[in-house]
Ligand binder design. Structure first.
Ligand code: SF4
Length: 400
């Protein structure tokens, strides 16, 4: 028998309160999170890549030890739902056998690296992300807050500027540009020096007081307090980049496919694993590595114009204990009403887990209905309050 798991969230939310519970850490495999449909176990594939046998193994473990539902997270992780106290230990044994488990909950919480998924063999990005992941769990690595993350975005132009992270590594003139999120300058170094330079910046963050007494802290907070970066991180300008929208379809690296609400059944993951290695993306999509045609499998979104790509919804009630209302049936009903290029986010509470950034329309559940926020986030001031779900389609037609 192993140690009982540490919990990333326990206890039931008080649904009489509208304010969400803000956690200072992220769940993992060894530190699961309690939810309304059992424990959520988050697996962090190294550099976001699952070999076919690993993806097949996760699918089988989800069926055997969870409820067969698998979520993709905004940090390119894979979450197994419906795990129980009894099934957690055999699940950990299975993940360990697949090479997907860290030595400790602390180690897994430190390994927050998001890699842009369109990397090519030989361009150095995949190896860099693997090296960085290994370095972050070494004894000499700084002990960072569990939400502190690194973004490795080494294509010709950056595509992950909208993805949460504290330290970014991008490519300039075939060198690596390392910079703190929110700043306009960084250090440009040879690719071989990228990992130690990123760790130097992380050490500076820790030494400069970026980590509070409660163990939390983000780079943007520290910089907003007036902390001044070391001079070497002011030497190279961060190039401007256009906003990037991922497009379902074929890419040079493979086929990018989507899923309703970023969630799939274990069978779907097992079927995808038959097609090749899978790259988990921070857009809750999967890139089937090397595929030259779109997979013809059920329950995938393979058309870039699919209306379901225009709605985002968290788990909602009853699967999340903090949710005030169900979310996904409403989002399905609204999808045909959302114009191309717009996003409607339906959130079970003001926390807005599924889409922390602004959306054209956000519907935030309250104990009395839904608040409607235009061009804002789930917790922002609402333009309309306590809407009845049956009146929402009409309300959004007027709002758009
Ligand atoms: S936003 Fe959704 S998933 Fe996140 S805590 Fe609220 S109800 Fe739960």
């Amino acid at each position: 028998m192993g140690q009982p798991p540490q919990f990333a969230g326990s206890g039931r939310a008080d649904l009489s309160k509208a304010a969400p519970i803000i956690q200072g850490w992220c769940p993992g495999a060894l530190r699961p999170m309690e939810s309304g449909d059992g424990w959520v176990v988050r697996v962090r594939p190294r550099a976001g890549r699952l070999l076919p046998e690993q993806a097949r193994g996760i699918a089988a473990l989800s069926t055997a030890h969870g409820n067969g539902l698998i979520d993709l997270s905004a940090r390119a992780n894979v979450q197994l739902r419906g795990v129980t106290m009894a099934s957690h230990t055999p699940l950990m044994d299975g993940l360990r056998a697949l090479g997907l488990l860290d030595d400790s909950a602390d180690a897994e919480s430190q390994r927050n690296v998001t890699l842009a998924p369109f990397w090519a063999q030989g361009d150095g990005a995949y190896d860099l992300a693997l090296d960085l992941s290994a370095a972050l769990t070494a004894p000499s690595a700084p002990r960072l807050p569990s939400k502190f993350g690194f973004v490795v975005d080494m294509g010709a132009t950056p595509i992950l500027r909208d993805i949460a992270g504290d330290i970014r590594i991008e490519r300039v003139d075939n060198r690596a540009l390392i910079y703190a999120t929110g700043t306009q300058t960084g250090a440009a170094v040879p690719l071989a020096d990228a990992v130690p330079t990123a760790l130097d910046l992380a050490h500076w963050f820790a030494d400069a007081g970026g980590i509070g007494a409660d163990g939390r802290g983000r780079m943007a907070q520290l910089l907003a307090q007036g902390a001044v970066l070391p001079a070497r991180f002011a030497a190279h300008a961060v190039p401007a980049a256009l906003p990037f929208t991922p497009r379902i379809g074929l890419h040079s690296a493979g086929a990018l496919v989507g899923f309703e609400f970023g969630q799939m059944q274990a069978d779907t993951l097992g079927a995808l694993a038959q097609l090749g290695p899978l790259r988990i993306t921070p857009w809750r999509m999967v890139l089937v590595e090397g595929a030259t045609q779109m997979p013809a499998l059920p329950h995938l979104i393979t058309n870039a114009d699919d209306p379901m790509l225009r709605v985002i919804a968290c788990t909602g009630a009853p699967a999340c204990t903090q949710a005030h209302q169900p979310t996904r049936d409403l989002a399905r009903a609204l999808a045909p009403h959302i114009p191309q290029g717009q996003i409607c986010h339906v959130s079970g509470c003001a926390k807005g887990c599924a889409h922390p950034t602004p959306a054209a329309l956000t519907l935030t559940a309250t104990p009395r209905g839904f608040d409607l926020v235009q061009n804002g986030r789930a917790g922002d001031t609402a333009q309309r309050a306590d809407l009845n779900p049956t009146h929402i389609p009409q309300a959004i037609v007027h709002a758009l």
